[in-house]
Design a protein around this ligand. Sequence first.
Ligand SMILES: [Zn+2]
Length: 92
Amino acid sequence: MVLPKKGAKQRDWITIEHMADRASGNNDKTIALCCGRCNSSRRMSFEKWFKTPYCINRGINKKSVAEPVKAYLKMIARLNPKDLKKYIIKNY
Ligand SMILES: [Zn+2]
């Protein structure tokens, strides 16, 4: 995490988004930089999150997200959840 400038609000901080659930662990393919507001907002799968008013109002969707998130979404689309867990543990 990068510390904010003096006076910056927590929602504007640069945070680390853990794209996979924490129980599965995370590695360099499952983390991305993210603003504090988006990080706090996404407490669900990307699929569900993209359908929330938060994302709809901000134009956040699978096409507009940053490259690391696109790569992650492509990766999980190819794996079933059990294989994803194995993949993450193996590469952690
Ligand atoms: Zn954001």
